[in-house]
Design a protein around this ligand. Structure first.
Ligand code: ADP
Ligand code: MG
Ligand code: ZN
Length: 465
């Protein structure tokens, strides 16, 4: 039997505004409990909410970047429910009139439709020792809801990465899944081909892209097993157990909860002027999707390089600065996607917390491309710039790292190395490639890596034969 999977996402995104959604409290993560609170976000009687213009602008920016229609009337509604982290007894949201509707994001091979993006406020958080922390209460959120267009976990991850890219590059949110500034709920159902959508399960509170992928794959298998056995799928909410790689029942989605939505009488609807929206549209940065096309068509870069170059705005700026200065996109893309990522991963560095001068890197690339230093030196000095921000021209001068060009000198050394390593030479002659690598290594070592490896290879072959 052939089964079809449908997945729809509800993504909550914390906006990086200075202030909360309806008051002037600081909107930040990690401060001491209940230090960013006031009568408005604590819901004291008589306190009135005032919508945050910056948050509305960011919502519009998100809508434009995701091809949505922008609603020029901003209206807020109350979603009524009782929970201890919700001071007012209701959450202010946009139920009837979301600010953005009918958008989409294009994956590599598929279009994912976005039903709506609306603005709401976050709730507080039950923290350590059961203290309720209201610092988060009132922080502006976007909720983005897709159509159930995804058919597998790969598409979901691709979408989330593209969405994250948009939000980072447009400076809308810092999108840290671990800190909760991007939270994803997954709705999933399985049906037989040509049948209407099946009963759906909601997967909540998943803490990483990897877990999202594993949870979806687990859930698809579980549904298919049930259907194969002729069992019903229960409409329910489940969570993902990362340790055991399984999803676990949380609660039934009993008859739809009644939130008694109604328009918030405390907030006067806002009519956005054409100029206000247009000004945001005109000031949009170049979108990552446009950069992707440029990198592919103009620079001829492959998808792995492109992904690396768009992994964070800082890395992307480094790339674009260097392309501007050195005009060699291929070499620069290689350096970043290969060498830079290797250094970051091997040394456990956080790219946001290290400071290096992009011009230093540009100077270094120039020296390499002009044959002033060997590839070994290039890599070593690049490491020094990334980790210690050393200035390369002086460093190379002071440590005498210029490439050795004296062919006679190199030739003599190669002959000497061959003499001293007869066993390896014989091993190589009898077919052991490894021995040749060893000989190259010995030559490079005797020149402190300051030699062109291709010259060494050529000379070695010449004198061995
Ligand atoms: P709720 O009111 O429970 O949040 P919504 O209608 O807002 O439900 O839908 C929430 C998400 O669930 C959307 O992303 C939607 O695409 C998705 N969804 C709805 N029905 C299904 C289904 N049968 N299978 C998979 N996803 C679904
Ligand atoms: Mg919903
Ligand atoms: Zn406040």
């Amino acid at each position: 039997m052939n089964y079809k999977v449908n997945i729809g996402l509800e993504v909550h995104i914390e906006l990086n505004t200075k202030n909360k959604m309806f008051c002037m409290c600081k909107s930040s993560f990690g401060d001491e409990e209940n230090t960013n609170v006031c009568p408005i976000c604590l819901a004291q009687p008589g306190a009135l909410p005032i919508p945050n213009k910056e948050a509305i602008s960011l919502a519009i920016k998100t809508g434009i970047a995701t091809n949505c229609k922008i609603n020029n009337k901003v209206v807020f509604d109350r979603k009524n429910y009782f929970y201890k982290d919700l001071p007012k007894g209701y959450q202010i949201t946009q139920f009837y009139n979301p600010i953005c509707t009918n958008g989409y994001i294009n994956l590599e091979n598929k279009k994912i439709n976005i039903r709506e993006i609306h603005i709401e406020e976050d709730a507080g958080k039950v923290g350590k020792n059961n203290i309720i922390d209201y610092n988060r209460a009132g922080i502006p959120l976007l909720e983005l809801v897709t159509m159930p267009d995804f058919e597998n976990s790969e598409e979901v991850i691709e979408f989330l990465k593209l969405l994250r890219e948009i939000l980072l590059f447009c400076n809308i949110s810092d999108c840290k899944i671990q800190e909760g500034s991007m939270r994803v709920d997954i709705n999933l159902s399985v049906r037989k081909e040509n049948m209407p959508l099946g009963n759906r399960v909601e997967l909540k509170n998943i803490g990483s892209f990897k877990s999202i992928k594993n949870a979806i794959n687990y859930e698809i298998k579980r549904h298919i097993n049930l259907l194969e056995n002729g069992d019903n799928i229960n409409i329910e909410t489940r969570r993902f157990d990362e340790d055991n790689n399984i999803t676990i029942f949380m609660r039934n989605k009993e008859n739809i909860e009644d939130y008694c939505y109604f328009k918030d009488p405390d907030i006067i609807p806002i009519n956005l002027s054409y100029d206000f929206i247009n000004k945001i549209a005109k000031n949009m940065p170049i979108l990552p999707s446009e950069k992707r096309i440029l990198y592919k068509t103009k620079y001829n870069l492959n998808i792995n390089d492109i992904n690396a170059l768009l992994s964070t705005p800082k890395i992307n700026k480094l790339f674009e600065d260097l392309v501007y200065l050195n005009n060699n996109p291929k070499e620069i893309a290689n350096l970043i996607s290969g060498e830079l990522f290797k250094i970051i991963n091997e040394n456990n560095l956080d790219i946001e917390n290290i400071n290096f001068n992009n011009i230093y890197i540009s100077n270094l690339i120039n020296m390499f491309l002009n044959n002033k230093i060997s590839r070994d030196t290039y890599k070593n000095v690049f490491f020094e710039i990334i980790v210690n921000n050393i200035e390369p021209i002086n460093f190379i001068e002071k440590n005498n790292l210029y490439i050795i060009c004296d062919i006679n000198l190199i030739e003599n050394m190669v002959i000497e190395i061959i003499k001293q390593n007869q066993k390896s030479v014989n091993d190589y002659k009898s077919g052991k490639e490894k021995a040749f690598k060893y000989l190259i290594g010995q030559c490079m070592k005797s020149f402190g890596g300051k030699c062109d490896i291709n010259i060494i290879k050529t000379l070695l072959l010449k004198y061995i034969n």
